[in-house]
Each structure stands twice: as structure tokens, then as C-alpha cells.
Ligand binder design. Structure first.
Ligand code: SF4
Ligand code: SF4
Length: 328
């Protein structure tokens, strides 16, 4: 067998293993510096579009050049995990008896009874162990939404999708509701072929749908104007111009993904991320308004909402409720 044929067999065997371990898609890329992303990153930071997320100023040499982060690695295995389930009634206006369910919305990725960091970490540990069974010491280090890594850029280069004008990785035929994990390996794997075409074409739906004009240009998101940033990351009060356009979002925002034509039929998960927080299904505005710290912990412990914390979550709820009152 040719060396190339051998490479392909190794890749396919690892891809098969990844799917067996619960990942939905798997791709491979080399660790050449992501030079095409340097200018964008510099401009994003220079214009302070990172808001007060100071960590984006650190380790940018490693973001651009993953070899500096994991010198002993020779390739990256990129693993996607879907978090989308059919529209949950968490955000729907339903009436059950006398109780009118709240219209408050929680972003898709945070509607589950588990923190995706923990769940994916478990999945990655198991995958790493099985990879090492086949190729001793192949797995070096893995990340999900942690560490100075340009995950979407690596996933794009690994042939898994293209980066849409809403800045998300879009998988052809499957949409953008995926977590991206990166496993660095000592194996010399051949890279998958990146998608060169920009399948966004002339579409600008995400840009025009963003209620707070955070997408100031294609693929350029100013966090200072983003509802996700203000309801998850920011420790300050929500500024009035964002609060007024909250669109019932109390944790995160999916608007620029929901309007994307490539998410018309998103790939749906059947994994652990399909188990939503059932108690929220018939939560009313009154329940949110009177949510005690104790109930918050029992509902959200081990979820991304717990990381944001009770005080900030209640800040978001107050803003949502105040909008409701003002619109009466
Ligand atoms: S997440 Fe919401 S606020 Fe942020 S860019 Fe997308 S649509 Fe705009
Ligand atoms: S809404 Fe249109 S422009 Fe935006 S990411 Fe989707 S296809 Fe691209």
C-alpha cells in the first residue's frame, strides 16, 4: 500500500473511532500557523471589539501558531458535537391551564442539564484512551472552548465547514449548532481538504437580523454590542441600548444563527445535550422573578448558566421583565 493510502486508512480509522465515541463529525489539520487570521485578530483587538474580555490579549502568538501551544504535537483532530434539539418549549409562548409560560429565551447550547465543558471533557478522555490503545501516546492534549485556540479557523482548515458572516462555523447540510473540540496528537496525519467556497454568497441575513448591530461587517463581531456578551460574560449592568433590544433573551442569543438559511434543518443531537432542563418548560415570568438562589442552584448546577452565576442571571431577568412591563 502507498504511504498516502496508509495515511487515509489511519485517518478513517480515527474518524470512525470518534463517531463511536459520540462525536458527530471529525476532521484533521496540520499545525501550520493560521497566518490568514492574524490581521483580523489584530484589528478586532485594536478596535476593542473584544469588550472587556482581557484574555483575548494574551497568548495570541499561540492562537495563530498552535505549535507554540503544544510543541510536541504534529496534527490536530477537530471534533464537532451537535447541541441542537427540536425547538424546546423553554422559549415558546405556551399556556397550560392558568399558567402562561414565560417567553424568556435561553441560548440553545445552554438549555441542557449538563455543562458542555464537563460532558465533552469526558467524551474526549474516553476518545483519547481508545486512540492511545491503537496508537500509543498519540493523544497529547485536548480543549473545548478553553485555551488560546482559534477553533473555528482550525475546523475550517480541517474541511468541516466554512466561517459564516455571523462568525460561526457552518457545516454544509448540517448548520452551525456544534461545539468544537480540538485534540492535539503526536501522529503525523494528513490534512482534510478545506472548503474554499464562501457559501454565504450574497446573503446578509445574520447581519441585518442582529437587533443590536453587533455584526458591524461580515465576520466581524463587536462584543460590546452583542447580547450574548452582555448576558453571559459582562459583569456590568446591561447598557440601555442593548437592554432595549434584548428580544426576550435572558442567557445568550441565537438570532444570527436562527435566521441563517443553512440552519433551516439543523443537525439534531440525540446525545446528552438532548436532555433539556425540564423544570423550565413551564416556568412563568413570576417563577423567574421569584427565583431564589437555592432554586437557581438546584436548576442550573453543572450548567453553563451556573458559571455566569445567580446575580448576573437575575440582572438579565430584571432587564427582560422591565422590557415586558414597558411594552404593556
Ligand atoms: S448573538 Fe445576537 S446580538 Fe450577538 S451578533 Fe448574534 S444576533 Fe447579534
Ligand atoms: S445568515 Fe447568510 S450571511 Fe449569515 S452566516 Fe448564514 S448564510 Fe452566511
Amino acid at each position: 500500500m502507498s504511504e498516502m493510502g496508509n495515511d487515509i486508512n489511519i485517518n478513517e480509522s480515527i474518524r470512525k473511532l470518534a463517531l463511536t465515541e459520540g462525536f458527530d463529525l471529525c476532521g484533521f489539520t496540520n499545525l501550520d500557523p493560521l497566518v490568514n487570521h492574524q490581521e483580523h485578530l489584530d484589528r478586532w483587538l485594536k478596535t476593542e471589539a473584544n469588550a472587556d474580555m482581557a484574555w483575548f490579549h494574551r497568548n495570541n502568538d499561540k492562537r495563530i501558531n498552535p505549535k507554540l501551544l503544544v510543541p510536541e504535537a504534529n496534527a490536530a483532530i477537530i471534533l464537532l458535537s451537535s447541541y441542537y434539539q427540536e425547538p424546546s418549549t423553554i422559549s415558546e409562548d405556551t399556556t397550560s391551564g392558568e399558567r402562561k409560560s414565560s417567553e424568556a429565551k435561553i441560548a440553545h447550547y445552554a438549555r441542557y442539564k449538563t455543562d458542555y465543558h464537563d460532558a465533552l471533557n469526558q467524551r474526549l478522555i474516553s476518545f483519547s484512551q481508545r486512540l492511545n490503545d491503537q496508537f500509543p501516546e498519540a493523544a497529547i492534549r485536548h480543549y473545548t472552548d478553553t485555551g488560546p485556540i482559534l477553533e473555528r479557523a482550525l475546523a475550517h482548515r480541517a474541511g468541516l465547514g466554512w466561517i459564516g458572516k455571523n462568525t460561526c462555523l457552518i457545516v454544509p447540510g448540517k448548520g452551525s449548532y456544534f461545539f468544537i473540540s480540538v485534540l492535539f496528537t503526536s501522529l503525523n496525519l494528513s490534512s482534510d481538504r478545506p472548503i474554499i467556497e464562501d457559501h454565504c454568497g450574497s446573503c446578509v441575513k445574520c447581519i441585518t437580523a442582529c437587533p443590536t448591530f453587533a455584526l458591524i461587517a461580515p465576520r466581524f463581531l463587536d462584543a460590546r454590542n452583542c447580547i450574548s456578551y452582555h448576558t453571559i460574560e459582562s459583569k456590568k449592568e446591561i447598557p440601555q441600548h442593548i437592554a432595549a433590544q434584548l428580544n426576550d433573551n435572558i442567557f445568550g442569543c441565537d438570532i444570527c444563527q436562527d435566521v441563517c438559511p443553512h440552519n433551516r434543518k439543523p443537525y439534531t443531537t440525540k446525545s446528552i445535550f438532548a436532555q433539556s432542563i425540564k423544570d423550565l418548560l413551564d416556568f412563568t415570568d413570576y417563577d423567574y422573578e421569584n427565583l431564589s438562589h437555592e432554586r437557581f442552584l438546584s436548576l442550573f448546577r453543572n450548567t453553563p448558566i451556573h458559571r455566569t452565576g445567580y446575580n448576573r442571571f437575575m440582572r438579565n431577568i430584571r432587564t427582560y421583565l422591565s422590557n415586558k412591563t414597558n411594552s404593556l
